[in-house]
Write a protein that binds this ligand. Structure first.
Ligand SMILES: [Zn+2]
Ligand SMILES: [Zn+2]
Length: 257
């Protein structure tokens, strides 16, 4: 399994990276996980965007899905696509509101909204809690602690496993998902303070604690907000987790398993 960081800036794009977006690949299949602002540009630097096998959304905050409208333009209006996108629709797995929210974000008028639901080039699947198969991946989705329909994922092949927290405060679901995983890609939006809201995000300390309690192989910290010092977040995580920890970096790839 190969994980490539397309974007890792928390809550909004930052000076060094797009907002959240990751490419997870195995057996020639490319799964985009989240597609925040700036991610389509980063994807084009790595892969032909028509080569995506599916898109998976943790939740529908703009920093996780803002570039989806660009993907719609690409698939509808590219003058010379490598295949017919209306014949080979791109599977999109996400929260139940995804088709409606994306259509509203794309349509420029009520008339256009009434004419199309983006189903001409995408095939939407509402995420169930539990396991779905996407290409070569077994994807287990669990609701996490964030103020909307939000999921964390365990993405596994027979010989590799990755857990992505999405956006979440500390919760039992993350501990269950992350149990013994090879790589934990954990959000660490902010420095630890006792007065942070409970059901929103993790601090570096909480991400490190999660990694330690779940016995993960390696911790990658992501979704650090542009106004947060990443070195402080990294130091917090390292105080809790003695295994390998690093800050996810735009453009870097990690081989898992
Ligand atoms: Zn976010
Ligand atoms: Zn969010």
């Amino acid at each position: 399994m190969l994980l490539t960081i397309l974007g890792c800036s928390g809550s909004l794009p930052g000076p060094d990276a797009p907002a959240s977006g990751y490419l997870v690949e195995a057996d020639g299949f490319s799964l985009a996980v989240d597609f925040g602002s700036g991610v389509l540009a980063a994807l084009q630097a790595h892969r032909d965007p028509f080569s995506l096998g599916a898109v998976l959304f943790s939740h529908l905050h703009p920093d996780h899905c803002g570039d989806f409208t660009g993907l719609t333009v690409l698939r509808r209006y590219h003058p010379d696509p490598p295949y017919d996108p209306t014949e080979r629709k791109l599977p999109v797995h996400g929260p139940s509101e995804s088709p409606d929210r994306f259509a509203r974000a794309y349509a420029e008028s009520a008339e256009e909204l009434a004419r199309t639901d983006l189903g001409d080039v995408f095939e939407f699947h509402a995420l169930p809690e539990g396991t779905v198969h996407i290409g070569p991946f077994e994807v287990t989705a669990a609701r996490v602690a964030h103020p909307c329909e939000a999921y964390g994922f365990r993405i596994a092949t027979p010989d590799a496993s990755l857990v992505y927290t999405g956006d979440s405060g500390p919760c039992e679901a993350l501990h269950e998902l992350a149990d013994g995983v090879d790589v934990l890609l954990s959000e660490a939006t902010w420095q630890h303070r006792e007065d942070r809201p409970a059901d929103l995000h993790l601090s570096g300390r909480q991400a490190g604690r999660l990694a330690a309690d779940a016995g993960v192989g390696e911790l990658l910290l992501t979704h650090v907000a542009p106004w947060t010092d990443p070195e402080v977040v990294l130091a917090e995580a390292r105080e809790q987790f003695t295994g390998p920890v690093e800050l996810a970096r735009r453009g870097k790839s990690y081989r898992i398993g």
